[in-house]
Design a protein around this ligand. Structure first.
Ligand SMILES: Cc1cc2nc3c(=O)[nH]c(=O)nc-3n(C[C@H](O)[C@H](O)[C@H](O)COP(=O)(O)OP(=O)(O)OC[C@H]3O[C@@H](n4cnc5c(N)ncnc54)[C@H](O)[C@@H]3O)c2cc1C
Length: 257
């Protein structure tokens, strides 16, 4: 839990207690139950990411730089997937994605040895094209386990005076929608805006909570759909169908605009 000091435009200092979640440590349920009137705790989605990084890609690995390009690449097959995205400073961040029970990744790979994780991933993805496996071969020494958790779509709580939640603490979802950070930043901006109005603080917080609950439902639903679709028994077919549906919806809304 962290306490955040907030300065409004009227130079008033308010203190808001925000339960902050460490997305990766699984401690979140405790904080929420004791501070908020929500009975829900985030549930493991069945998907676990192994995060890795590749440094200095443009100079050291031009073929991989070309493979991933300026955005991100994703491959899926045999119940496994790999997503690699370009970050700043010629760095790639990658995720090997596996649909496995809790604790499986820790048991399967020896995280005390980066070399053992790298070799384990190459073995696990055998059958993938060699240039895809080169992504693992080029990985640096930093690997991390990211079990994916989510709160139920439509998660909300009964307002409690003097307390609220923002970001993942309020609405952790699988990263498939890519909207966790956007929602977290908008939560903070909206809460700040409402606190800076003339309304009593408690009314401002209640208004923030009501609009945030409604706003994040769509992202949470999309993220849940992505997590359920990815690596299904009919993985590629369902994934392609999802992408096509999104493209049609996007084209329809662009046409309407
Ligand atoms: C693998 C993965 C990929 C993702 N990819 C994307 C993406 O592409 N796009 C996107 O928008 N979102 C993505 N997300 C989601 C995004 O990371 C989160 O939505 C976002 O980080 C939430 O921000 P937050 O500040 O609410 O929580 P966090 O970023 O989890 O920050 C909470 C902070 O509180 C700290 N903390 C916890 N407990 C305590 C304590 N007791 N005392 C002090 N400090 C404490 C933690 O260490 C942490 O630094 C991804 C998530 C994962 C797991």
């Amino acid at each position: 839990m962290i306490a955040v000091k907030w300065r409004t435009v009227e130079e008033t200092v308010a203190r808001i207690a925000c339960a902050a979640i460490d997305s990766y440590q699984g401690r979140r349920g405790q904080a929420r139950l004791s501070w908020c009137s929500s009975y829900w705790t985030p549930q493991y989605s069945g998907l676990c990411f192994v995060e890795f990084g590749i440094d200095d890609v443009d100079r050291s690995y031009p073929a991989l730089a070309c493979l991933v390009g300026r955005g991100k690449m994703s491959v899926e097959g045999n119940g496994k997937a790999l997503i690699v995205q370009r970050n700043a400073n010629s760095h790639f961040r990658g995720y090997a994605i596996l649909r496995v029970p809790p604790g499986w990744v820790e048991r399967r790979f020896d995280f005390t040895s980066p070399k053992a994780v790298r070799e384990g991933l190459i073995r696990e993805y055998s059958g993938f094209a060699d240039e895809i496996l080169d992504l693992f071969r080029a990985s640096n020494e930093h690997f991390a386990i990211r079990p994916i958790h989510a709160l139920p779509v439509g998660h909300c709580w009964t307002h409690r005076k003097g307390l609220t939640l923002i970001g993942d603490a309020a609405h952790v979802m699988s990263p498939f929608g890519g909207e966790g950070v956007n929602n977290a930043m908008l939560d903070a901006a909206e809460l700040a805006r409402l606190l800076a109005t003339d309304s009593p603080w408690d009314d401002a917080v209640m208004e923030y909570e009501a609009s945030m609950f409604a706003r994040v439902a769509e992202s949470a639903e999309g993220s849940a759909e992505g997590a359920a679709t990815f690596l299904s028994h009919d993985g590629q077919a369902l994934t392609l169908e999802l992408y096509r549906r999104h493209r049609s919806a996007h084209e329809a809304s662009a046409g309407a605009g």
